[in-house]
Design a protein around this ligand. Structure first.
Ligand code: ADP
Length: 462
């Protein structure tokens, strides 16, 4: 087993990886920017190296500085976490060239899945169901119109190098397509320095359901069920749950085995997530994330499997010690992403956390780097905590979540806790009746109610 792992990340995921390593008897090295010198991941690691100034490009994205830190401290492997360099094939290659292990899949696999067009082609070849769409890139407006007529409106134009839900354009007819196609290419160029776009049928009311897999380098693959991540704002996940309220055991087994076969066909190793849109009982492959994901804890809660420890073991060449029959799904888990933001305007709220009291009790997990007195730096993602709860039934899980959100005290900055409290009180959410548009529609309605209240109170004052 590795003796020392360098964690090339910050925040809650750096702490999460640190915990997994210490429980396996592995020493850790934290890296940090000058803005994170007092961070908890730095305090809890066995060693720490400052790798640059606050901006991510100068520190957490500074490949040479991270590799130097690993070599100086004698680490055997680098865990990239999520975001930053976790899906950067060049970095994974550099790590290997320096005789270190990159805890993730091969650089070739990262590259294949990082480009959406090659990812979709590989998914089709591996046997995954995909959204009907263009064969490859769509290079001219004439080709765009022809493709739209073949697959039928509405369509969505997506950037091949895309990510983070940016630069996607929807068209319902030829006219809209003529207008949107050049805009999509321009936005792809400015966001991703690559103006190659492709087209897909636009599904109008799908859910986002993803399958977690775990694969070793010896051809063994298991799936750990699904996560329903349909609650999104601007294509960013807000709350995730497992199992999905939309799937039963047979459907889970069916899509799980399709995915496992596809991963075997691809020769995939490490943890990974295959994201699908799900509508009218059908799954449509969207993309694959070749790294650990923010929402992995809900899967850990319902399977009892430490996904990061498994990821480290398979990176070290171990044979998976689980077969599909060993994976048992038990109960219900929900995760709320708590951001330091105004819960109505979503404007980031950096600054000092004056009071911090995290909820506890049975089956409540809080993954966070925050402590009382911690100053949230303005340079990074605004997620400051993940609250994950488990219940034997979905109802008990919801009741526990309600209780835990009430118990959470964070002062000094604004957080999205009130938003989560509102979401979980909605009948649609309680009934599991939601799709990828539900949250944005809900927020729009909330805004309208607020505006009406303001108008009526103003007219009352007159
Ligand atoms: P990114 O990598 O930018 O996040 P994805 O391909 O994962 O892009 O898509 C992000 C989100 O965009 C999805 O979760 C979904 O809400 C929406 N989306 C993507 N493709 C389609 C489609 N064909 N039909 C409807 N919505 C889509």
């Amino acid at each position: 087993m590795f003796e020392k792992i360098l964690i090339a990340n910050r925040g809650e995921i750096a702490l999460r990886i640190n915990r997994a390593c210490h429980e396996m008897g592995i020493k850790t090295v934290a890296v940090h920017s000058t803005a994170d010198a007092d961070a908890m991941h730095v305090r809890l690691a066995d060693e720490a190296v400052c790798i640059g100034s606050p901006l991510a490009k100068d520190s957490y994205l500074n490949k040479a500085a991270i590799i130097s830190a690993a070599l100086i401290t004698g680490a055997d492997a680098i865990h990239p976490g999520y975001g930053f360099l976790s899906e950067n094939a060049d970095f994974a290659e550099m790590v290997e060239e320096h005789g270190l292990t990159f805890i993730g899949p091969t650089p070739k696999m990262i590259r294949l899945m990082g480009d959406k067009i090659t990812a979709k082609k590989s998914a089709i070849e591996a046997g995954l169901p995909v959204v009907p769409g263009s064969k490859g890139s769509v290079d001219t407006i004439e080709q765009a119109i022809q493709t739209a007529h073949e697959i039928g409106y509405p369509i969505i134009i997506k950037a091949s190098a895309g990510g983070g839900g940016k630069g996607m354009k929807i068209a319902f007819n030829d006219e809209e397509l003529k207008e949107m196609y050049p805009i999509a290419r321009r936005e792809a160029k400015s966001n991703f320095a690559n103006d190659i776009v492709y087209m897909e049928k636009y599904l109008q009311n799908p859910r986002h359901i993803e399958i977690q897999v775990l694969a070793d380098t010896h051809g063994n693959v298991v799936h750990l069920g699904e996560r329903d991540c349909s609650l999104q704002r601007h294509n960013q996940k807000v709350l995730e749950e497992s199992p999905s309220p939309a799937l039963n055991k047979e459907q889970r087994q069916k899509i799980g085995s399709i995915v496992c076969n596809a991963m075997k066909n691809l020769g995939y190793s490490s943890v990974g997530t295959i994201e699908f849109l799900y509508e009218n009982g059908e799954f449509y492959f969207m993309e694959m994330n070749t790294r650990i994901q923010v929402e992995h804890p809900v899967t850990e809660m319902v399977t009892g499997i430490d996904i990061i420890q498994e990821q480290i073991r398979v990176a070290n060449g171990a044979v998976l010690d689980l077969t599909q029959e060993d994976v048992h799904f038990d109960g219900f888990a929900i995760e709320c992403r708590i951001n330091a933001e105004n819960p109505e305007t979503f404007i980031p709220s950096a600054g000092k956390v004056t009071t911090w009291h995290a909820p506890g009790g049975l089956w409540v997990r809080v993954d966070s780097e925050v402590y009382a007195g911690y100053v949230i730096p303005p340079y990074y993602d605004s997620m400051i905590a993940k609250l994950i709860v488990f219940g034997r039934t979905r109802n008990s899980c919801l009741m526990r979540l309600k209780r835990a959100l009430e118990e959470f005290v964070i002062e000094g900055v604004q957080t999205t806790i009130p938003l989560h409290q509102k979401i979980i009180a909605q009948p649609d959410f309680i009934d599991g009746q939601y799709n990828i548009h539900w949250l944005e529609n809900f927020l729009k309605k909330q805004e309208e109610i607020k505006r009406e209240e303001e108008t009526s109170s103003q007219s009352g004052e007159k």
